[in-house]
Design a protein around this ligand. Structure first.
Ligand SMILES: [Zn+2]
Length: 283
């Protein structure tokens, strides 16, 4: 499942193909993904210029010159592919259409954007740009972890009196937008905080220290995506997925990488999801 850094790399990969370009042809091959597509989606997209791409949490937002914004959510298994050669950097033919290619956008610069999603947990919607922030999916979101509204005072206040484990508090999208299982495990590892500890019982200075750590964990992952993919693309033109090594996530039974710690990484289940952490140095 793509997390925030993957979605950010998808956005950065789409930008050179989409920003400033006009959607010359929109092909919508089914009526819905997770939810029905908006009415006349193909018609409303055709002829629209993409003014800018943004990311909010795990949503990609394409602001159009029609005063509408295309919201794209990759869901569990959604993949975006760019083919064609808008910038003359790649020789890349359009691939054969595949099963599960649900939406295909042909840009006037020669690029083709394909959204493929076998499990169909993804979503697309068209929102009025001026009020996009009040869309039901976006209105519930807390501050962006890489934005200015996410700061020490915010997190300390959000944790105060909270009786849930810190892992659950960090996964709460109303506290921080877009943080998922993998990067919560990584941030808590770097912070040396046990994922089982109650959020409200962690000293304020340790909560505050999580803020720069969360930012760093996400930025490191985005950087890894940028360095392992050429222009954020795989050779196939697929965007956003990359090899990345984690310190805690997925390392059950392996030695802890913290200097001087002789512990090993354990896996427990919290709220139905795996948590990886070092029992010895995460307190
Ligand atoms: Zn350790």
């Amino acid at each position: 499942m793509p997390e925030l850094p993957e979605v950010e790399t998808v956005k950065r990969g789409l930008a050179p193909a989409m920003e400033g370009a006009v959607i010359a042809r929109a092909q919508v091959n089914r009526p819905d993904l997770r939810w029905p597509f908006p009415e006349r989606m193909a018609e409303r997209l055709t002829g629209a210029r993409v003014n800018a791409l943004r990311r909010r949490s795990k949503y990609i937002l394409a602001d159009l010159d029609t005063e509408e914004t295309l919201l794209i959510h990759l869901g569990m298994s959604g993949r975006m592919t760019v083919s064609g050669d808008p910038l003359g950097q790649f020789v890349h033919e359009h691939p054969q259409a595949e099963k599960h290619d649900h939406v295909v956008l042909d840009m006037d610069n020669g690029a083709r954007i394909t959204f493929n999603d076998p499990r169909r947990f993804g979503a697309m919607d068209l929102l009025e740009t001026a009020t996009a922030g009040s869309h039901k999916l976006l209105a519930v979101l807390g501050p962006e972890p890489l934005g200015n509204d996410f700061h020490e005072d915010h997190l300390v206040a959000a944790f105060k009196g909270r009786n849930t484990p810190v892992k659950s508090a960090l996964l709460d999208q109303g506290i921080i937008a877009g943080l998922g299982n993998i990067y919560v495990c990584e941030a808590l590892f770097r912070a040396g905080i046990s994922p089982r500890r109650k959020a409200g019982q962690i000293a304020a200075h340790r909560v505050a220290a999580l803020v720069p750590i969360i930012r760093q964990v996400l930025q490191d992952a985005i950087r890894a995506g940028g360095s392992s993919l050429k222009d954020f693309r795989q050779a196939s033109g697929e965007l956003g997925y990359f090899q990345h090594s984690f310190d805690a996530y997925g390392r059950e039974g392996e030695p802890c990488r913290r200097e001087g710690c002789a512990g090993s990484i354990a896996r427990i289940t919290q709220s139905g999801r795996s948590t990886f952490y070092c029992v010895k140095c995460q307190r």
